[in-house]
Design a protein around this ligand. Structure first.
Ligand code: GLU
Length: 462
């Protein structure tokens, strides 16, 4: 059997970070098993589905490098096929027409509510003679759900879960206007797409029982199920906007690397011993459904930041340059020259040591292009006294061999000569060179910028 899995988002908004993890788990399982990972856009809710949301899903999945092995399937386009199956179930005696009026359905809901029970269709038309159908009423098609016994699903994550069949009422398969319901469409599509394993959020666990019965009624083989726990925030509540960003796209804009994000999402609810840093290849090699935990994972931004910092430190300098260039140019208001590019590249080893996000990296890289606008703290370092020190330092710097060690030697001896600690002289110098009170090593920044540029920046201050 070749494994075929699918990720089936509803395009009603951005791609939630939890859904991105579901996609990743599906993808890794398929690759681990040598199978296929497919994408199905569940756009049957015509009011809530938008083309923008479809684009957002594609762009987030692209960013994460989760690529489907076949063309995406759009569920709405298959409504005719779903209706066909509803009629087939009717023919086989597993479904029936129901002519209940809205008032009758409301009365059933009221009765259930009065008995403090969940709303439930009472099977009014299940065994009724269809000849007694009211004139001019368009019926819905309902599934004749088995009422005796129970069903146990051996969920790959949750273990065996049993539900009494009597708890399931006869759900609608096809509405009066001929449109299929979600429960029917999902089963038909998963069957037609040859899906062998359904890996999705555990908010769908109860649906699995209803869906299971439809498979059996059609004589189709039932896929394996793996319902993964949702992601929670650090406070233990379901992850929501209250905890910070929940959209995959926003994480890209906040400066997270796709590699880091994938590694983090993978570790969220799945484990391989104590391994924290897991390469894309190892993820495929190691991923199994058995490794998925049963309790909700907690989204920890601090861990994500540390992981992102790790991936930034280990990324190629040219790759990082390409990532930060748009934002550096935006801040600068013009394209950067190849000379400026080279300066950033030379400074990259020092810059990437400190950055937790690509946004931080591009903010700090600016110093190689242009001193930052001085904030209050930076401005405060430029007292008249400190400016006088910089003025006296300038000819010494101009006279020296402008490399890391030579700059350090000049600075140390100048500090001694002026009766200052090294830090007291370095502080205003740092502001002159970088515009900021924090930066990578000053000797390093100055040696990369070169004598001309460095001295010019000091002169500009004076
Ligand atoms: N479209 C459903 C959702 O976005 C997923 C359905 C499924 O995976 O079976 O929640």
């Amino acid at each position: 059997m070749t494994v075929r899995v699918r990720f089936a988002p509803s395009p009603t908004g951005y791609l939630h970070i939890g859904s991105a993890r579901t996609a990743l788990f599906n993808y890794l399982f398929a690759k681990h098993m040598g199978g296929k990972y497919l994408l199905r856009i569940e756009d049957t809710d015509r009011e809530r589905s938008t083309p923008e949301a479809v684009d957002a899903i594609f762009s987030s999945l692209n960013w994460l490098g989760i690529k489907a092995d076949e063309e995406p399937v759009f569920q709405y386009a298959r409504a005719g096929r779903h209706a066909e199956v509803a009629h087939e179930l009717l023919k086989r005696g597993h479904a029936y027409y129901c002519y209940c009026s809205p008032e009758e359905l409301q009365a059933m809901r009221d009765e259930a509510a009065a008995n403090k029970l969940p709303p439930r269709y009472n099977g009014l038309w299940r065994d009724r003679d269809q000849a007694s159908a009211p004139q001019g009423v368009k019926p819905v098609i309902r599934f004749k759900s088995p009422q005796d016994g129970s069903l146990t699903i051996n969920d790959k994550v949750q273990g065996p879960v049993t539900v009494q069949n009597a708890q399931l009422d006869d759900m609608v398969l096809l509405r009066a206007d001929g449109s299929p319901t979600y429960m029917l469409s999902v089963v038909v599509d998963d069957h037609d797409m040859g899906i062998t394993h359904i890996i999705r959020g555990d908010d769908h666990l109860t649906n699995a029982f209803r869906q299971h019965h439809i498979y059996e009624a059609m004589g189709w083989s039932v896929p394996e199920f793996a319902h993964i726990p949702l992601i929670h925030g650090m406070d233990g509540a379901k992850l929501s906007k209250r905890h910070g960003a929940t959209s995959a796209d926003v994480y890209r804009d906040l400066g997270y690397l796709p590699e880091a994000m994938k590694n983090y999402l993978l570790r969220l609810g799945w484990g391989h011993g104590d391994d924290e840093i897991i390469t894309a290849e190892q993820a495929i090699e190691w991923f199994t459904l058995e490794g998925i935990g049963r309790s909700p994972a907690r989204f920890d931004t601090v861990k994500l930041n540390n992981l992102n910092g790790h991936y930034i430190r280990h990324s190629n300098d040219h790759y990082l340059l390409e990532l930060i260039k748009p934002s550096v140019e935006k801040q600068l208001g013009q394209p950067i020259s190849s000379r400026q590019e080279n300066l950033i590249l030379k400074g990259m080893p020092g810059l990437k040591e400190r950055a937790k996000t690509i946004v931080e990296l591009s903010d700090s890289a600016i110093i190689y292009v242009h001193p930052l606008t001085r904030d209050e703290k930076a401005q405060a370092a430029l007292t008249p006294e400190n400016q006088a020190h910089l003025k006296n330092l300038l000819p010494k710097l101009e006279a020296c061999d402008f490399n890391h060690d030579a700059i350090e030697t000049v600075l140390r001896s100048a500090a001694e000569e002026f009766g200052l600690k090294l830090g007291q002289l370095a502080a205003p110098l740092r502001v002159a060179i970088t515009g900021s009170t924090v930066s990578p090593s000053l000797f390093e920044v100055m040696s990369i910028l070169g004598k001309e540029e460095s001295c010019e920046r000091i002169e500009n201050i004076l």
